[in-house]
Design a protein around this ligand. Structure first.
Ligand SMILES: [Zn+2]
Length: 343
């Protein structure tokens, strides 16, 4: 298995986010990428640098105005006298169905859901190449590899068609899934991040060609609050093609694996020919975001069960923040996956 990563992805270096109104250091530090890369190499993966796939692969998932916003907002924001170094919204439009704003402040409110996705001077370059890593991993699988791991950092699964949030800007898992649709009729995304994959759900909510399954801490008391509940099942053509499996705060290996089995049953019934694993490692018992209690060996068991599907697999990094076992959790997952999958 290859690990796909470009050093440009580390240029995004957010300073803060607000947690219950308090400014704290942003946990999505560039050093996460170093830890995860080292851990992937320890699991025997060989590093490759992604090709440049152009904007088409991003525009297949995100709207033109949102892409233009990400490309230009930092420069326009910087021209506001006394503005902060990073773009952080201070207006939050209710329902977003009014006129599209022209001012950078208005657009920041329109396109960024919360304070956890600050946009710096290098953010666009970093997230663009992040998307290329996801695409490159998908391309490796289309070209015949049984699996590939995209080391995406910052993560992506909280990003909607036209909205950033929760450390995420471009939805790398969705971009990989959409790219795989070029040759696969049915693609399933299995999201095991601590948090609900609300952006991914939103992007595919009305579609039945991409099944979305997410296992996560119950959003009744946990980010992303407004999405991730069990009664969100898709809409229109997509009704029944979104499955949310919320878990009580503090759930450990046993409860997580039981929910995963339910999710994998749904995936098997959908009969995809390829899967995307949205691999958050923040369900770890040691993660600073402290929602679930998966152990390091637990990640190998999660991987083992997903690998039992026996399908070509694109693994896309999502969350998982700096803590002592972060690297070991990735190594555990990848080794567990490879042992069962034979890839
Ligand atoms: Zn997360």
């Amino acid at each position: 298995m290859k690990v796909v990563f470009d050093d440009i992805q580390k240029l995004h270096n957010p300073s803060i986010f607000l947690s219950s109104g308090v400014a704290k250091p942003n946990p999505d530090q560039p050093r996460r990428a170093d830890i995860l890369l080292e851990a992937a190499e320890r699991a025997g993966l060989e590093r490759v640098v992604p090709a440049d796939y152009g904007l088409d692969v991003i525009a297949a998932v995100h709207t033109p105005e949102y892409i233009a916003f990400l490309q230009t907002i930092h420069e326009r924001w910087s021209q506001i006298p006394g503005a902060s170094k990073e773009v952080i919204p201070n207006v939050h439009p209710d329902r977003r169905n009014g006129s599209y704003p022209q001012s950078p402040v208005g657009q920041a409110g329109y396109h960024v859901a919360d304070t956890a996705a600050p946009i710096g001077a290098e953010t666009w370059q970093a997230v663009k190449h992040n998307a290329f890593s996801a695409t490159h991993a998908a391309q490796l699988v289309l070209a015949g590899a049984k699996s590939a791991y995209a080391l995406c950092r910052p993560p992506g699964h909280h990003a909607f068609h036209d909205m950033a949030g929760g450390f995420c800007f471009l939805n790398n898992s969705a971009i990989a899934a959409q790219y795989l649709r070029r040759e696969h009729e049915r693609v399933a995304i299995i999201d095991v991040d601590l948090h609900h994959g609300n952006g991914t759900q939103g992007i595919f909510y009305n579609r039945r060609d991409v099944l979305t399954v997410s296992i996560h801490a119950d959003p009744t008391l946990f980010y992303p609050f407004f999405w991730g509940h069990a009664d969100e099942r898709g809409a229109g053509d997509g009704l029944g093609f979104n499955l949310n499996l919320p878990l009580a705060i503090g759930t450990g290996d046993e409860g997580f694996l039981a929910a995963l089995d339910r999710g994998l049953e749904r995936v098997a019934a959908f009969a995809p020919t390829v899967i995307v694993v949205a691999l958050g490692l923040d369900a770890s018992e040691a993660d600073p975001l402290a929602g679930l209690s998966v152990s390091t060996p637990g990640f190998a068991q999660i991987a083992d069960r997903i690998a039992q599907l026996g399908l070509p697999s694109v693994i896309v990094q999502e969350g998982g923040y700096i803590c002592d076992p972060l690297g070991d959790n990735l190594t555990s997952f990848l080794e567990g996956f490879r042992a069962r999958h034979g890839s």
